[in-house]
Design a protein around this ligand. Structure first.
Ligand SMILES: [Zn+2]
Length: 586
């Protein structure tokens, strides 16, 4: 059997396998392609994410091509060795055979390919773009037919297979090449953590021994705010840098994890929150290699898991990936109500178990409408239990930080610790829980940022917001090559503050929750609640009546609302320019 003939047969097999492979892996192509378009990866030139999205499809295509060509070769061999001798017929006319193959291949392409392109991506049949598309498909079919008749089999096979193999290998090689190591990023978001209950924020109890040590070499933002007093919107705010995200987080928003993935970082999230568990509900898994949201069912009746489980999983993953630059997002749950710390932390402040840390069991609702049920002693018990939960979270931070130090990651990483919102602890008319008010207790948050190799503590009084985290990290890592979508982020980089530039109270924070809106600038907070307006001095906590300040803040809030929340298109351009000229936007 001549080698030349074997090559020819293998080439024919490869050509048929290539076409059938595309048809068989088409569903995968469709979903990858739609995802790329929805996420605007082409527009933002995020080529690595395009390649990663197509990887599964390209793998399947190549594997199908190889398997089909091998199968066809085996059939031919069988024919040649045995069957041919039994049924002695074969096609003698070579060009006739080529025409037959060309007809079959062109028919498959024209009918299946043409139908699929028109069905999924082109507008209706008589639309000019569809007509042009169909003409393009016909022209390509003619070219395909001509090649199959005129060009040698092995050349066609090589032209088809080589680029496919290079694409597959290229993507694999890209993911294996360790870029010059850039700082890693560890984002710690602990649920329901009130800044004023952390000792590094001046709390009289030493609740956060380990976080205090971390704070000693970090930027401490004394006036940081969440954009919503609730988990879902607040988490979206953080990872998309948007004031308000539609539900679930939109594909078109490039999440902070997608940013890191596009930089060839290893990415992982360790989640302990039922709301963030579901991909359909939250859509926050975008860009993560690992999205570990396995919650212990019914813990805290909110399907969460203890801090230990999150820390253990994170340490294990970092240990396996520490040779790479990585982004890890940790979501802890413990201080969330009900306040029931693990046994070894229970009783540190509450010396007797007179009450339960689960106020619901006592019939106490969150709105403070049944004040008579909460005695002063019971209130103190709940606050004590809440603080014990914080001590437990802090203990876990101690474990995490000491691992990061041991493994050499502490100094090489940007580490940010914050929360999604605060908590009412019998405040504002004996309220409990959150998701209620844009009160200082619910939207005032801790924000600690440690840059790589940082050695000193810096207190920052300027007003900042949690949507500022994302642009800050991107600017720090990518200052000379900011991504194309950078200007669409709605937060503002904190870099000028980290560089100690004096901004004279120009920064603001805005929050939105149902019919409430508020803006905080300098010492003042303007708050619309229940159809009324309030102007509060946040330092003295007193309501004031300065019409000039009120009108100024009202006007800014109105602009932010119309640009980012209500998104009035005609209003957008001019207001963005106004805000830019005032120095509020870049
Ligand atoms: Zn929350």
């Amino acid at each position: 059997m001549k080698v030349k003939k074997i090559i020819t047969v293998l080439s024919i097999g490869a050509i048929i396998g290539f076409a059938l492979g595309f048809v068989l892996s088409f569903e995968q192509f469709k979903s990858s392609f739609n995802n790329i378009i929805a996420n605007r990866y082409i527009q933002y030139r995020m080529y690595r994410l395009i390649a990663l999205d197509l990887q599964e499809f390209l793998n399947k295509w190549l594997i199908f091509t190889i398997i089909i060509s091998f199968l066809l070769f085996m059939i031919w061999l069988l024919w040649k060795l045995f069957l041919k001798n039994i049924i002695d017929i074969h096609i003698k006319n070579k060009s006739g055979f080529r025409i037959l193959v060309a007809c079959i291949a062109c028919s498959i392409f024209l009918f299946y390919g043409g139908w699929a392109i028109n069905h999924y991506w082109l507008p209706h049949r008589f639309h000019p773009i569809s007509l042009l598309g169909s003409i393009g498909i016909m022209l390509f079919t003619i070219f395909l037919g001509w090649s199959l008749i005129k060009v040698r089999w092995k050349i066609i096979a090589l032209v088809l297979i080589i680029p496919l193999a290079i694409l597959n290998l290229g993507i694999v090689a890209d993911s294996k090449i360790n870029i010059s190591k850039k700082p890693s990023f560890i984002l710690i978001v602990c649920e329901t953590l009130r800044a004023d209950h952390l000792s590094c924020y001046g709390y009289e109890r030493q609740t956060t021994k380990n976080i205090d040590l971390f704070a000693n070499i970090a930027y401490i933002f004394k006036n940081a705010y969440a954009q919503a007093p609730a988990t879902m919107p607040s988490m979206w705010n953080i990872v998309t840098s948007r004031y308000q995200s539609a539900m679930p987080a939109k594909d078109e928003y490039v999440t902070i994890a997608e940013y890191f993935k596009s930089k060839n970082y290893r990415t992982a999230a360790f989640i302990s929150q039922q709301h963030l568990e579901s991909r359909e509900k939250a859509n926050l898994h975008q860009g993560f290699d690992v999205y570990d949201s396995e919650c212990e069912k019914d813990h805290h009746r909110l399907s969460a898991r203890r801090a230990k489980s999150v820390t253990d999983a994170a340490i294990k993953w970092i240990e396996q990936n520490k040779k790479w630059s990585f982004f890890v997002w940790l979501v802890y749950f413990d201080p969330h109500d009900p306040y029931i710390p693990p046994d070894s932390f229970r009783g540190y402040y509450n010396k007797t178990e007179k009450f339960s840390g689960d106020r619901r069991a006592k019939g106490i609702n969150h709105k403070g409408t049944n004040n008579h049920l909460v005695t002063e002693k019971h209130k103190q018990f709940l606050i004590n239990a809440y603080d014990e939960e914080i001590r437990y979270f802090d203990y876990e931070m101690g474990r995490l930080f000491s691992y990061l130090k041991r493994s050499g990651q502490y100094d090489n990483s940007i580490i940010i610790l914050t929360t999604d919102h605060g908590e009412e602890l019998g405040d504002n008319g004996n309220r409990w829980d959150h998701c209620q008010l844009l009160s200082q207790e619910e939207i005032g948050i801790p924000l600690l940022i440690k840059m790589p190799t940082q050695r000193e503590k810096v207190m920052i009084e300027d007003v900042v917001q949690n949507i500022d985290i994302y642009p800050t990290v991107v600017e720090f890592l990518d200052k000379s090559h900011l991504p194309r979508y950078y200007n669409t982020l709605e937060g503002k980089s904190l870099t000028p503050l980290l560089n100690r530039e004096r901004l004279n109270g120009k920064r603001f924070a805005a929050s939105f929750w149902h019919k409430q809106q508020c803006i905080i600038m300098g010492d003042y907070k303007y708050w619309i609640w229940g159809g009324k307006e309030y102007l509060i001095n946040i330092k003295t906590k007193e309501e004031i009546t300065d019409l000039t300040i009120r009108d100024k803040l009202r006007s800014y809030l109105n602009k932010i609302y119309r640009v980012y929340i209500k998104k009035e298109k005609n209003y957008y351009k001019k207001t963005i320019e106004d805000l830019k000229s005032l120095g509020y936007l870049q």
